[in-house]
Design a protein around this ligand. Structure first.
Ligand SMILES: NC(=O)c1ccc[n+]([C@@H]2O[C@H](COP(=O)([O-])OP(=O)(O)OC[C@H]3O[C@@H](n4cnc5c(N)ncnc54)[C@H](OP(=O)(O)O)[C@@H]3O)[C@@H](O)[C@H]2O)c1
Length: 329
């Protein structure tokens, strides 16, 4: 059926400025790492994307290797774009990345100019786009000179294939050096995509300060620790969950008793706040204004709706934060 976006789509989600750039992102964004592959039902993928956009989620995050197989999430997104989203392209921020293993041989991995330029051309074809809004280098490359990788990002912007660039999974020190190079080149670097959740707090150490000092934003990925910061695993691994399925990224061993014990205690606090654990985990990240957006995943429309409802209660009492710290110690 023809898609007509909800008239009220901009009434719900606050938009946050990405560092000191001109770009604003929705405080919740949707990632297509999982649940949009050739193994997932296309109709469900389409519903998820429509529901997100109808609720003001304007930012969709992809990467060349999202699937499986590699590239299939971009193809799925391209199909939905073609069927539903064409009239809305200018209302969307679409990002993709290159940096992980993508194709055989020496030119399909890490951070050479050869890989980044070729990969983005492939991504654009798969999605049926002329440009992406943000192009990321997905992970640091220990061998390629950083100047080469950053010059490739710069070239891509000057070719008109991306409007802005970002980096992902770079340490605070690596980010500092990369940003210096991009500043000299006057490349529109605006964002770092980093793993950040109640269970994974490395960014608090120095990265957020570095980004703030340079006027860059931060988008927090896997905010629900792939589902462990929801009530899903409190009583074991349910059928159909990410940890139970093949071709996914969550190993059942990662659903450790230590993590689940913490999740149980956190869940009690969430319930006393009148929230789901997922909602509290998202709100906990958004309390820091340096976090531009929280980049969630979802396998069902009901999960997406639950996560969006986080926005009804973002504030924390001081005692709640203290109790959370005690549990996370
Ligand atoms: N830059 C990088 O290196 C990198 C790496 C990883 C991810 N990312 C980005 O971050 C995005 C999000 O990552 P993620 O999928 O790991 O995020 P996540 O939000 O931590 O986990 C999403 C999963 O949690 C469960 N879930 C979501 N909402 C729920 C709710 N309200 N109630 C109960 N369960 C809920 C679902 O699991 P079930 O499937 O079990 O239902 C869903 O697939 C990715 O799509 C990608 O764009 C980037």
């Amino acid at each position: 059926m023809e898609f007509k976006a909800s008239e009220s789509r901009y009434s719900n989600i606050p938009y946050r400025r990405c560092g000191k750039s001109g770009l604003k992102l929705p405080s919740i964004s949707l990632g297509l790492w999982q649940n949009f592959s050739d193994f997932d039902l296309f109709d469900n993928c389409r519903l998820l994307l429509r529901e997100a956009f109808d609720n003001g989620i304007t930012h969709f995050d992809l990467a060349n290797n999202y699937g499986p197989p590699h590239g299939s999430a971009e193809e799925t997104f391209g199909r939905v774009l073609q069927k539903d989203f064409r009239p809305y392209r200018d209302e969307m921020i679409i990002s993709t990345k290159a940096g992980y293993d993508m194709w055989p041989g020496p030119y399909g991995d890490f951070g050479s100019k050869k890989y980044l330029v070729a990969s983005l051309d492939q991504s654009l074809k798969r999605m049926g786009l002329e440009y992406v809004d943000i192009f990321y280098h997905h992970r640091p490359d220990p061998e390629t000179p950083l100047e080469e990788t950053m010059l490739a990002l710069d070239l891509i912007v000057r070719q008109g294939k991306a409007l802005y660039v970002g980096i992902s999974n770079y340490s605070a020190e690596q980010s500092e050096t990369a940003i210096q190079i991009l500043k000299e080149l006057k490349t529109p670097f605006i964002i770092h995509q980093a793993k950040y959740s109640m269970f994974e707090r490395w960014v608090e150490n120095r990265l957020l300060d570095v980004l703030e000092n340079h006027g860059a934003g931060c988008i927090a990925f896997s905010p629900l620790a792939q589902g462990m910061l929801t009530d899903k695993y409190l009583n074991g691994i349910p059928d159909g969950s990410r940890a139970s399925r093949e071709h996914t990224s969550l190993n059942p061993n990662q659903v450790s008793s230590a993590n689940i014990e913490k999740a149980r205690k956190l869940n009690e606090i969430a319930l006393s706040r009148g929230q789901s654990l997922a909602q509290m985990a998202i709100a906990w990240l958004l309390k820091d204004s340096r976090i531009t957006s929280v980049l969630i995943g979802a396998s069902k429309v009901s999960q997406l709706q639950n996560s969006i409802e986080t926005l009804n209660k973002l504030d924390f009492a001081f005692e709640e934060l203290q109790r959370i710290e005690e549990i996370l110690k």
